[in-house]
Design a protein around this ligand. Sequence first.
Ligand code: G1P
Length: 297
Amino acid sequence: MVAKIRKAVFPVAGQGTRFLPATKVVPKELLPIIDKPLIQYAVEEAREAGIEEFIFVDSRGKSIIANHFDANPELEDILLAKGKYELLQTVQESTIPPGCAVYSRQEKALGLGHAIWCARKLIDNQPFAVLLPDDLFFYSPNCLKQLVDEYERFGGHMLAVHDVPIQDTEKYGILKITKDNGLTVIADTLVEKPKPIDAPSNVAIAGRYILSPVIFEALDKKIIGTGGEIQLTDAITATLDKVTCTGVRFKGKRFDCGSVNGWLQANIYLGLQREDINDFLLKYLQKLGFNCENDKI
Ligand code: G1P
């Protein structure tokens, strides 16, 4: 029996320079996809996958994320008095219950591995999930739940993976695969953002992980990797004499909302999925001259 995954780490310290000037004051994680902040999609995904404790690794200027997940009694009173019950529910659903959200500061941008290390005291030697909020997934069961289901069979480290065009390997952590079972793959090495010519495969990590706490033994060593940063991929590789690393080819769509193009795609995709917006959006696109039937998008 593997331990239940109850805790999730959300690294939210990044600067979001690709969205300047929007992110000069507002954290990129609070930019909306239609009408909900990006980070809230990841929190809801985690909650649906069984997560009970939400650990945010943030940085200076990001405290407003904690405010977003706090209750807002003044606003709730106004919505109640005006009879706006649906909006009231929306506001209440975005609140994380007291004692279930914790925040740790990453003082310097030293890499994803370092961000996860900043959560070490909050993990209690249990396996835990990591969700990179820039990566937005749509599917039911959601991406983290797909990992949790496979974790119950395999244990060890679990990574959401997808097959990418070989010219894109420089954007991702790439797996060196020892066994490919179709839905799952077993890896014995991970390489962070290799050039296509050096890539051991085209199987890339997407931003969802379940990690064994043994990862902190490697992260404690603070080894600098690609881009001069402490890389999570290197730490995972360093622990593979102790635990296995399984990649799960996730089902569903993924959008890289850390890029303007991916963020725009996610807004359009979700707009076309949402019943309250679909009709308006299609008509507007048609008015602009796009001949798009919904099922071809
Ligand atoms: C991070 C990880 C990388 C992973 C990617 C997924 O990179 O370091 O291994 O493939 O997320 O989105 P980043 O995109 O933060 O540079």
